[in-house]
Design a protein around this ligand. Sequence first.
Ligand code: GLC
Ligand code: GLC
Length: 651
Amino acid sequence: MYEQVSHSLLNVILDDLKPEIRRQDLRHFYTRLGANFYAIYSLFFTLYGHRDDFNAQMLRLVETMAKGYIDRSAELERVDIAREQDHNWFLSQKWVGMALYTNGFADNLADLAGKTPYFQELGVNMVHIMPILQCPAGKSDGGYAISDFRQIDDRLGKLDDLRLVVEEFKKRDILLVLDIVLNHTSDEHEWARRAINGERRYQDYYFVFDNREIPDMFEQTMPQIFPESDPGNFTWNEKMQKWVMTVFHDYQWDLNYSNPEVFIEMLDIILFWANQGVDILRLDAVAFLWKKIGSSCQNERNAHLILQLMKDCCQVTAPGVLFIAEAIVAPVEVIKYFGEDAIIAKECEIAYNATLMALLWDAIATQSAKLLYQGLKNMPAKLERATWLNYVRCHDDIGFGFDDNDIRAAGYDPYAHRQFLLDYFSGQFDASPARGMVFMRNETTGDARISGSLASLAGLEAGQEANDQALVDAAIKKILLLHGLILSFGGIPLLYNGDALGVVNDYSYRDEEGKSDDNRWIHRPKINWERAELRKKQGTTEYALFNAMKKMIAIRKETSAFADFNNRELLDVDNPHLLCFLRFNHQRPSERVLVVANFDANPQYLDLYLLRSRGIDPFGQFIDLCSGSKPTQYDRRIVLQGFRFYWLTEI
Ligand code: GLC
Ligand code: GLC
């Protein structure tokens, strides 16, 4: 859009740019800047227009984008242009992700580069390497308390080692995902140190208060993230003699985005990592970016404006780079992190589907898909050029954050039902084979979450310990069932390190300083590569899981109906144990797959007669894509054994 005020400011800015920027060939940059400038200006003005130094900050913003563009390699620019042309590239079913800690998967980054054949063997072609930047030992929150945003942690390697990973990945067409921790820094970051030493400029990077007056006002409406280990949202700093906002751990200082300098610093960091060859940036804890007294300080409108501005700016410099939103919030809120535009995502192209994740675990515990169905039915539709990251487990805890109305509609009382889930997964419930742990119980609200590895939550650990083959088999089936759903749901499936090998809980964190008060470490294992060799030995659990997943991944990639073009229809099949949906090719709707999963331990049947309005012949013949065989069918019913799922095509 052409708009006079912003355009004349743009002219001034272009005249004021430093000579070294002016001299460069910046054709593509200027084209994109022109196209996005009005949006960038408007957002920046809404956030910072009241400040005297607005124009000067705006100039710095443009300089930061230009500098980022000048540093971008010719090769990355080619990628940018190719992705601009094929702008729906990430909606394809061809992508399958995995998240891992460098030192949980390998010894360090160089060793990880050498282990890339493993990803290819399984079919994974998008790898989220969890935070690798410098963190103080023992006060790192698993890498999310960063003390230098441009330095790789010594224990993991150097920038050259990351380059090795980038090269290996490029050769094999694997996408690299890295974290940008936007919301906070470590208290040992240079900005925090200078704030502690009394520099006003850096105190303004954070939320710093002389006394409890304002912190107390904030506390009235702010929930607590780590109530057991880090109660409250503020920490007293002795040396500075001030209170600092620390929503997560007491050593994680929240950044203050009402200061444009903070925004520009973080944009510079985003562009720095984009220029290292990162394909996708995972923006951590985005729901928390804006703090307002009287609110929960989550999902604030200005948090969305910050993300829109980040996106618009990144698009000018590095348009091929995508953002993942990590916003583990209520279903109606999550959807907003794609942006507000009717068609194009204007914030993050990808978002964690925490709703699906929590609902899947509910279905495992209840052996019923009632709430899962209800929750999915009410899941708001997303934008067109946007997709989910569908996952079963990740490095964080599981929160049962589904909508209370959905819980009621499924016939449960919200409070009692959540307590049941906590009991079920922490093994308090007699009939449960799950071996999880309660994470961060809040004594005031009764809230809590669950830690535990996929395998242990599914009953594998209990089964192996008791030498109970039936329990082991049931766990294997549940693990495959859950993956059968995230691989076919629509979006990018994200596996978690160790899950394709059935790696169970790791209890060693209990003896490690800096970890023992955070039981999320129970599900952040280190792969034992000798044991992983068992994936090649028939008859082992590793073999059963790994090979089934490998096959499912390969089939997903071939099945165009599994691409994500809002081409899913949820089906009501009048059997509470089953989840059933139809996926179809958005251009050729006759190419379709009927996905059906049985969460019950007992056999259940799907009455095809109920699907005739969808054009499905109740007496038709089907093939299950995964096994290549026909499902058991009698009359007009398809029978599913306990914990079985099918990807059915009509023949
Ligand atoms: C994100 C991370 C989590 C971390 C938190 C604070 O939610 O996934 O591991 O504790 O941010 O940085
Ligand atoms: C993030 C997530 C929350 C999680 C926390 C720590 O804040 O939103 O669900 O519990 O990080 O892992």
